[in-house]
Design a protein around this ligand. Structure first.
Ligand code: FAD
Length: 649
């Protein structure tokens, strides 16, 4: 595992050790013994209120979304209680306590002064949005996990505005190598592997993932890569034709579009899916498509059926050697697929992911809520949630509060105030503010800010979020990983398509696990897609599936999958699983434009997010959705822009 493990690196390589897996055909009844800890929302002022310590179903947890769904379905206002005026008045109310909302509070205070009164309303029981901290107790030891946003990274160079904020928070990005034990797993003989499953490939088998076999920083050198490829070809349970196809994909130098210029070829590739390119143009067998299908899940939440061939080329996927494409990005390329070495250097992972950024922002806004003074001591600092919403504090964060309506008091063109209504503990309450920033998901905004012009509401509604599961499983030890020689597993046919040992980072007094007989966090990722349909439709259907799946079903799938993958290494789910936290994100990544489905992205015409983020009266609009780019620097940039727009009021 190299020093930089970006979201791209989570694309568990394509080129591809074997260890035949004989999976027991029975499950022990005790396997299902870990219960969901779906604790009811409590009052954030009550002693002991500590959401990071909750396990079970997290992410968009029960209690966080029901109100908004009722608003969406039209039933909320029919039986809504009479609104109670809190009498509170603010300079700024922010809807959404994710990184964008917290950064907006930071920028507003910088502009308006520390005494400016700011209220952040958040529908979840914790702040941070996708940047969610998961804490586990393993005996006397605290083990941290990231429930969502896992690192400081961006495929495009990190924005100047966001870099300044990261520095102001005290995060020294270039110092990252001193915290990560980058050679730990490799020194113990562990390598990335691919798990072939019986249903898809005829047998359960763990095989070397040959893209990650070398010893240089990127994990690949020519000799090791070639040896890895040969090992893969020998061991992978693929037909002779599929092996031949795989080898051909990597080595063949055929021009499939003779006579076309590089630009014309790219224009074609931008309009065909990579899956279609592989089958119809290159002529590889379906087995290869199945093998590569889940490769883009960590990046886009869809498979290669919904990723343009041009983007696949940008990501370095095989099959383009003979096309002699000009290396510059083609029209309509996704920003994630444009290689940028400068961007790759700016990487930092805290054990709780970017929840540390959220916590540093909160500490700046409300110093009494989180002890400490540095970007490293924040890792172990325990937040005091009772301090988040104190009347004496100029900035307040109110959790478990779903904003259901935002409207100007009078004509939006001249009104001096907005009224914000929110639902909490079965009560409808109102506050007033001179300004309001909507830093929540864009799909929500048309329901709560009905004054907005119809074209803007339509543009906001098109921001379909990408549904994802980020599952953290605390296990007793990782000796099974060691026996199987696996540090990370890509499993294209399984429920979770990746299973990775935690990134070994020790920082601020927090020590990562270094010995295989110690407990460790295993991260599993699932993208919920419906291959063959347009991306937005896949996301919509996936979202419904995530909301309607019970924790018990998630748990059963996790246990079954870990038994099949790790059982041959001696793993026993009943004995070895200590805790499970399923971070469910039906509203996950911001939807990024896709040349297969979004003509405007190819044309270079105005994008929906440009229409969606226009200010309106005393309202400004932030969130990563506002630039259709699922990264923290985007969430920060959009917060900054929204504050600049308010300053013009
Ligand atoms: C699983 C996952 C992994 C990711 N990994 C990375 C990564 O490694 N690096 C990276 O740069 N980016 C990553 N991202 C992208 C991530 O979305 C952004 O980096 C950033 O955290 C987004 O912040 P945000 O404030 O714009 O949105 P969010 O974090 O979604 O915050 C918006 C908040 O508004 C709240 N809200 C919505 N409606 C209402 C309402 N009616 N009332 C009150 N509150 C409301 C939401 O509940 C949410 O808490 C990841 C995203 C996901 C889902």
């Amino acid at each position: 595992m190299g020093a930089k493990i970006t979201r791209r690196d989570f694309l568990n390589g394509v080129a591809l050790t074997a260890g035949a897996a004989i999976v027991p055909s029975f499950f022990l009844p005790e396997m299902w013994s870990v219960a969901a800890a779906d604790l009811p929302s409590e009052d954030q002022d009550v002693a002991g209120y500590y959401p990071p310590g909750k396990t079970g179903l997290r992410g968009s947890h029960p209690g966080s979304f029901e109100t908004m769904h009722k608003v969406r379905d039209g039933g909320f206002w029919d039986d809504a209680p009479k609104a109670v005026d809190t009498g509170e008045s603010y300079d700024l109310v922010i809807v959404g306590g994710g990184i964008s909302g917290l950064a907006a509070a930071h920028f507003f205070r910088k502009a308006a002064g520390d005494k400016a009164r700011v209220l952040i309303l958040e529908n979840h029981d914790d702040f941070g949005g996708h940047a969610k901290r998961n804490e586990f107790a393993a005996g006397s030891r605290t083990i941290l996990g990231f429930g969502g946003t896992f690192s400081i990274e961006s495929p495009a160079p990190y924005s100047a505005v966001a870099k300044v904020l990261i520095e102001e928070l005290g995060i020294d990005v270039p110092s990252y190598p001193k915290y990560v034990s980058k050679d730990l797993y490799r020194s113990l003989g562990l390598k990335p592997r691919i798990f072939f499953d019986k249903e898809t490939f005829g047998t359960d088998k763990l095989v070397l993932n040959a893209a990650h076999t070398g010893s240089d920083e990127s994990g690949i050198n020519d000799e090791a890569a070639e040896a890895g490829l040969q090992e893969f070809l020998k061991e992978a349970p693929l037909s002779a034709k599929a092996r031949e196809d795989f080898q051909r994909l990597r080595t063949e130098k055929k021009d499939y579009f003779p006579g076309l210029s590089s630009g014309e070829k790219k224009a074609r590739l931008a309009r065909m899916s990579y899956a279609n390119y592989l089958t119809d143009t290159v002529g590889v067998s379906d087995e290869i498509v199945k093998l590569l299908q889940a490769f883009p899940h960590p990046l886009f939440g869809v498979g290669i059926d919904a990723v343009a061939a041009q983007d696949a080329w940008g990501l370095g996927l095989p099959g383009f050697n003979g096309l002699k494409l000009d290396p510059s990005p083609g029209k309509g390329m996704n920003r994630d697929c444009i290689r940028n070495d400068e961007a790759d250097k700016y990487f930092f992972h805290f054990p709780d992911g970017n929840a540390s950024i959220a916590r540093l922002l909160v500490r700046n806004l409300i110093p009494s809520s989180i002890p400490g003074s540095s970007a490293t001591d924040v890792v172990l600092a325990k937040a005091d949630y009772s301090k988040l919403d104190e009347p004496s504090s100029s900035t307040r964060i109110r959790l478990n509060s779903t904003v259901v309506k935002v409207n100007h008091r009078g004509d939006p063109a001249s009104a001096k105030e907005v009224e914000v209504s929110y639902f909490t503990e079965k009560k409808l309450k109102t506050v007033r503010a001179a300004n309001c920033i909507l830093a929540c998901w864009h799909v929500v905004i048309p329901y709560i800010a009905q004054e907005l012009p119809d074209p803007q509401k339509e543009a906001l509604a098109s921001a379909q979020k990408v549904p994802l599961l980020y599952t953290n499983v605390l296990i007793r030890n990782w000796s099974a990983f060691q026996k199987l020689g696996a540090s990370a597993m890509y499993a294209p046919g399984m429920y979770h398509t990746s299973v990775n040992l935690d990134i070994p980072v020790s920082i601020g007094g927090y020590e990562c696990t270094k010995k295989p007989d110690e407990p460790i966090m295993v991260h599993m990722m699932k993208a919920v897609c419906k291959p063959g349909r347009p991306a937005r439709e896949q996301h919509k259907l996936g979202r419904i599936q995530l909301y309607s799946t019970t924790f018990e079903t998630y748990e059963r799938n996790i246990r079954e999958q870990l038994l099949r993958m790790l059982g041959p290494g001696g793993f026993d789910p009943a004995r070895d699983i200590l805790e499970i936290t399923v971070n469910r994100w039906p509203h996950g990544y911001a939807y990024e434009y896709n040349s297969l489905f979004d003509q405007f992205w190819l044309d270079g015409s105005e994008t929906p997010c440009q229409v969606a983020r226009k200010p309106f009266g005393r309202l400004a609009i932030a969130n990563a959705d506002a630039d259709a780019y699922a990264y923290t620097d985007c969430a920060i940039d959009q917060a900054y822009r929204s504050v600049q727009e308010l300053k013009k009021n």
